[in-house]
Design a protein around this ligand. Structure first.
Ligand code: SIN
Length: 485
């Protein structure tokens, strides 16, 4: 697919309803990670263009917040409908710029659109409160109002859904947004802007700016007009942004790194556990924050699980995601590939065995073999650092107490998973795991209806669900007095 021929292809940023280049005229080249060939360019914007986008959003805000919830809901609904109507073309574009298998891209367009649909409905349910006042002539009224200009900094691993998961609730409650997509995957973001324009968002309400990450990020995090910053990315960058946001005391949402434990107890259905591990570990070639990073298997079922897991991995076809038969695409770049390689080599040096895979794929470029390591030791880097690649380290454990300690022994607290058929154990373990999300007998928990988010160094705030709207709202208390006169 030549994405420059797509009706959604734009090589300009979207600021204040106009398609514009960088002031300097400079551009960034975007490559297909499966071929390493250039697929297009986008403007290399910096501080000044970001300031203009923020100011445009702020100027457009009064008109947007003054619309009724129903009016905003209708526009969001139209945006959703357009995404679904154009699912195939958006999915093809995503696979070309991001690399994920085409079926996963189709899934992501549906997943991304589901946040727009969900929040188009939630827009109408931003309820306030009235509270009895201690004095009889008074009432306490609680209003919920939009926070103001929202900045969204989004990652390359889900180029569509991470934008809609942040922007749909913001737009629903009446906030304008400035989106900075990852430089590796700007075209899916710009395609969303094309559809937003068609759906009828007023100019300035949704802005997409591409370019120098540090300059744009700095401006978004420090400009006093921005009242809320929502970021998905690494814990390292999240901490830097948090510090920068403190200068103007912005509201923040942070969806940061994870190191998910995936536990298989000996009472589990092993076939289901293998299917869940495949989904959790190898979705998006292991490049998700919620991927299984440590697979703990109870000793009695360890051999059976490993044998079936290896069998399942041996069937995974690696290649260009546009091929319908491919289930594992390329890694995003050479840097990611080197990290995966380093983690595997280090684990092997520390005593792990390669059950399958274990090296770069014969296709070359950014491809790595889907890999299972067994007998992995606690000292290996992979036990504590996020790999972000198609490598599953498997560990043996004896009992529930031991595995809960092992699972919780991490600064991260995003997703966790376990398989068991024992109802008592299910409650005990679900409550004991120090993670924002727990999948019981499933390897995938992400959906618009559920609160996505982590604890500890995995982040702040929740996205999706009825809770996802709270992060874009300010609570205003009005004391109504003199009601007896
Ligand atoms: C992520 O990896 O950042 C998001 C994954 C998801 O939404 O399932």
């Amino acid at each position: 697919m030549n994405i420059t021929e797509s009706k959604f292809y734009r090589d300009k940023c979207f600021i204040n309803g106009e398609w514009v280049g960088a002031d300097s005229g400079e551009t960034i080249s975007v490559n297909n990670p499966a071929t390493l060939k250039e697929i297009g360019t986008v403007p290399k914007c910096g501080t000044n263009e970001t300031k203009r986008a923020i100011e445009a959003a702020n100027a457009a805000w009064p008109e947007w917040r003054a619309k009724s919830a129903r009016q905003r809901s209708d526009i969001l609904r139209k945006w959703f409908d357009l995404m679904i109507e154009n699912k195939e073309e958006l999915a093809q574009m995503m696979t070309v710029e991001q690399g994920k298998p085409i079926n996963e891209s189709r899934g992501e367009i549906g997943y991304g659109a589901s946040f727009v649909e969900w929040f188009s409905e939630e827009a109408k349910r931003v309820y306030g409160d009235t509270i009895p006042d201690p004095m009889t002539d008074r009432r306490i009224v609680v209003l919920k109002q939009p926070v103001g200009v929202v900045a969204s900094i989004t990652p390359w691993n889900f180029p569509n859904a991470m934008i809609t998961r942040k922007c749909a609730p913001a737009l629903a409650v009446g906030c304008p947004v400035v989106i900075k997509p990852a430089s590796q995957t700007p075209f899916s973001a710009l395609a969303l802007a094309v559809l937003a324009e068609e759906a009828g968002f007023p100019k300035g309400i949704l802005n997409v700016i591409t370019g120098k990450a540090s300059e744009i990020g700095d401006e978004l995090a420090t400009n006093p007009i921005v009242r809320k910053l929502s970021f998905t990315g690494s814990t390292e960058i999240g901490k830097i942004l948090l510090e920068k946001c403190s200068g103007t005391v912005k509201k923040v949402s942070m969806e940061l790194g994870g190191h998910a434990p995936f536990i298989v107890f000996d009472d589990a259905n092993i076939d289901d556990a293998v299917a869940g591990a495949m989904q959790s570990k190898f979705r998006n070639t292991g490049q998700t924050c919620v991927c299984a990073n440590r697979v703990y298997v109870q000793e009695k079922v360890y051999d059976e699980f490993c044998q079936k897991f290896v069998e399942a991995v041996s069937k995974v076809k690696v290649g260009d995601g546009l091929d319908e038969a491919v289930a594992s695409g390329p890694l995003i770049d050479e840097h990611s590939l080197s990290k995966v390689e380093e983690h595997v080599q280090d684990a092997v040096q520390m005593g792990a065995k390669v059950a399958i895979g274990g090296s770069r794929h014969e296709l070359g470029m950014n491809f790595y073999q889907p890999t299972i390591l067994t007998d992995v030791t606690p000292q290996a880097k992979i036990t504590s650092e996020e790999t972000f690649g198609p490598v599953a380290p498997v560990y043996k454990f004896k009992d529930e107490k031991e595995v809960i300690e092992l699972a919780n022994n991490s600064p991260y607290g995003l997703a966790s998973y376990f398989y068991s058929r024992d109802i008592g154990r299910i409650w005990r373990v679900a409550e004991a795991l120090e993670y924002g999300m727990v999948g019981v007998n499933t390897g995938l928990t992400s959906k618009a209806e559920a609160p996505f988010g982590g604890i500890k160094e995995s982040g702040l705030g929740r996205e999706g669900s009825k809770y996802g709207i709270d992060d874009f709202i300010e609570i205003k208390y009005v004391n109504m007095c003199g009601l007896d006169k």
